[in-house]
Design a protein around this ligand. Sequence first.
Ligand SMILES: [Zn+2]
Length: 416
Amino acid sequence: MKTSKTSPPREPQTLTRSHYHRGVTGSNLGRTKDVNRRVVLEAIRTYGPLERAEIVTRTNLAVQTVSNIVNDLIDEGLIQKGPAKPGRLGPPARPLEIRPDGAYSIGLSLDQRSVLGCITNLGGRTLASEEVPITGLSGPDAERLICALIGRLQSAPGDVSSPIMGVGMAVSGPFGVQSYLMDGPTSAPSWLSNAVIDNISRKIGLPIELANDSTASTIGQRIYGIAKDAGSFAHFFVGYGAAVGYFLDDRIYSGADGNAGEIGHTMLMPGGHSCFCGNQGCLEQYLSLYSARHQLGADVFSETGLMQFCESIRDPDRKTQIWLNDAAEAFRRAVHMIEQMVDPDRIIVGGYMPRPVLTAILHAAEPLYPSIRQRGGSGDPRVILGETGRSAGVVSAAALPLYSNMNPSLDIVLRK
Ligand SMILES: [Zn+2]
């Protein structure tokens, strides 16, 4: 783990990969580092409601081990007995399920214009949300404002007996790559650094976990979305830029520096538009809100502008049709590359690009190029449209602490 305590001062300040503040827990969930507890929790979350015998079968743990863990989890309020299910013999069984209000989590989606925050329960239900503008604020002012926002969200559930697992923060990547100057108001604010996150964590008394938008959305799809039971999938995030999150072999794959899947600057359209990264034909020059803004003049930073953009896609003029065709072609090539490289069960498409635009791009991208994921007549789609919009993004940010408290992958357990 890299923290500001061991990192040299930075000028300009940067963010490094996922940022974990285990010294300040603020919850009673410290013991969830135990692998078996995570395995049982994950089994119930993914496949529940489950009877104890079903948990034993699914987890391969000993009967007594499951029994002890289940009793602990019930005592801690994280799981509960569900409605009675008539049994063949004896009294009706009451399978075990996650207790939605057993714990809470706070999510923050942060760009240069605003911070959108929410608090969710274990079931993924949003209890409160609030957006606060931060345009033009200095780092210390923004820090104070974020602390105040988290404070208001913390008090929203009312039930103070259940712990808040932590804060998940989603921002645009890539992290710690000085040469890639991200252009535009949806990139991370320049004042946001590991030191600032440390300060906020100390002040609010909660751990903060940081991920790029794409990784956060991937975890959100796994925890709450249509990939709840998928072992390997890719989440294609189309926002101001474009990136892919990978959930492979039952774990998130983020790469050495947390930048896996930053495919926005992959040169998929050879000889194409010049990119600010210095190359030509980069994916996000064709498939992104940045592209819509620069190629079509779309006002992608206002609700009205986005609605007008959607209208123009519904009834495209020649220039818009060319943009749509190019976006679809870039998407087809990206899908082919992702499938050939990592063999995901499916690719889920989401992000901040308006849903009607993504729908039009997916439609225009058919037929996809043949790949190893070609399923013949099985009928399973290779590409699925998932949750879109910033509200889905902030719920995904809130899923970050849940994921690291509940996912049994060894990389999580062994993390220092
Ligand atoms: Zn580029």
